[in-house]
Design a protein around this ligand. Structure first.
Ligand SMILES: [Mn+2]
Length: 430
């Protein structure tokens, strides 16, 4: 019976993907043609920029939604929504005190040496390294930032005091041809490593192999939840990381208090381990197709010099073009707020930091921010952002005894980050 349901589910997913792919190609052809037509007409009638920006995009958006597979995806979304049990979100199961938490999850926590001049930590999250096939299918993002990320890693490799922490969603395993078959996901490990060999080589050579203690720490998220499996971890171990362990939490002692590290899906009812069938559906079926369409939509709107509407950004992680993040997203980093939406309960992160008397560094949302705890300036919540979803921008969090700094690296960075948001200068409190 279970086998039958599983088989049926796989078939639905395959059918949905095939349909989505077909629609994408169709929309692509239509948009390309439209682009040509509009540009020819504009030339002929000598239209100004203003006159050609009217109406056309909205008509296309309407068309896009009415004729595509959205109704089908929406129906499955609704059905799956009813199966999501909010009460199973990780944070709802956690004990009242940090001590009890540490006791309960002892085997999942990596305790790191205290911060001092010989031990500094740099956190990267949501790198979403993809396979060559993903790039070909148009759903990869990290490859566009990879050379920048390599130069950032090289920068930290120059000082042996840095330990690199990859805080989850380091690889993209949810966009996979067979999301219900763990063997299929494990089979994606080598292609992902192959496509990003240069990244793993730096991590292994400069931060892991021959380092005692190791200076590369891996914490898993939701898109890389395959690292829960020993078979998966041994595949990673064989690629330059002998004896590696992948953790769910990290603890860094700093100046007399502690920083708790975790990816953040633990605060997300739709992507937490217990309900991740929903997240897997959203990423693998709706997300994949939306990703491809998103590229088309962005180019379409860019062509008309219009602001890109955030349709998919509500539920799916968008790839921000540089001019887009520079004008919109960066101001959200400059004036951060705790934001609760249906996929991430950020205010709970603050409540937990207060209840547990610690600081938290979390990723998952791709929205970097620094917010300090009211009353205790050395305690904080920092979101570590992403290395893959902002064009020409790699976010890191530097934890040293002097300060904690959220840093944005871009191709303009020469030896130091282009933007720095320091805990010592933070004004917003939770
Ligand atoms: Mn995540």
């Amino acid at each position: 019976m279970v086998e039958l349901v599983r088989e049926l589910w796989n078939r639905i997913v395959f059918a949905g993907k095939a349909l989505g792919d077909a629609v994408c190609s169709m929309v692509g052809v239509v948009l390309e043609t439209e682009r040509e037509v509009v540009s020819v007409i504009s030339e002929v009638i000598g239209a100004t920029h203003e006159t050609k920006t009217q109406a056309v995009p909205m008509v296309f958006l309407d068309l896009l939604f009415s004729v595509t597979y959205m109704p089908f995806v929406a129906a499955v979304f609704v059905i799956l929504r009813f199966l999501v049990d909010d009460e199973k979100t990780d944070y709802k199961q956690w004990p009242r005190s940090f001590e009890q938490f540490k006791h309960l999850y002892a085997s999942k926590i990596m305790y790191l040496p205290p911060v001092d001049e010989k031990n500094k930590y740099v956190i990267f999250s949501d790198v979403h390294m993809e396979s060559a096939i993903d790039v070909k299918r148009g759903i990869g993002h990290f490859y566009k930032n990879k050379s920048l990320c390599l130069s950032v890693l090289k920068h930290y490799a120059e000082d042996r005091a840095w330990t690199v922490v990859f805080l989850g969603d380091s690889e993209e395993f949810w966009c996979c041809n067979d999301l219900d078959d763990e063997r299929g996901v494990v089979d994606k490990i080598e292609p992902v490593i192959e496509q990003n060999r240069d990244v793993y080589v730096i991590l292994s050579d400069n931060f892991y192999k021959n380092m005692n203690p190791h200076r590369f720490i891996k914490i898993r998220g939701n898109h890389d939840d395959v690292w829960k499996e020993d078979a998966a971890v041994s595949k990673l171990a064989a690629q330059g990381f002998p004896g590696i362990r992948v953790y769910e939490f990290g603890v860094i002692p700093r100046n007399g208090s502690e920083i708790l590290l975790m990816h953040g899906h633990q605060f997300d009812p739709y992507n937490c381990d217990a309900n991740n069938f929903f997240g897997k559906f959203a990423s693998s079926l709706a997300g994949e197709t939306a990703d491809k369409m998103y590229g088309l939509i962005v180019s379409f709107f860019n062509f008309f010099h219009l602001e890109v509407p955030r349709i998919f950004g509500v539920v799916l992680a968008p790839f921000f073009k540089k001019n887009e993040w520079y004008h919109e997203q960066l101001s959200l980093v400059q004036s951060p707020e705790m934001v609760d939406d249906f996929v991430f309960h950020e205010s709970i992160v603050g409540i937990l930091a207060k209840r547990y008397g610690c600081s938290l560094i979390v990723g998952h949302t791709h929205g970097p921010k620094v917010i300090k705890k009211h009353g205790i300036a050395s305690h904080f919540y920092i979101n570590s952002g992403t290395s893959s979803c902002w064009e020409d921008c790699v976010w890191t969090v530097e934890v040293t005894a002097e300060d904690v700094i959220l840093a944005a690296w871009t191709s303009e960075s020469k030896g130091s980050a282009t933007y720095q948001f320091k805990l010592s200068e933070a004004t917003v409190e939770f």
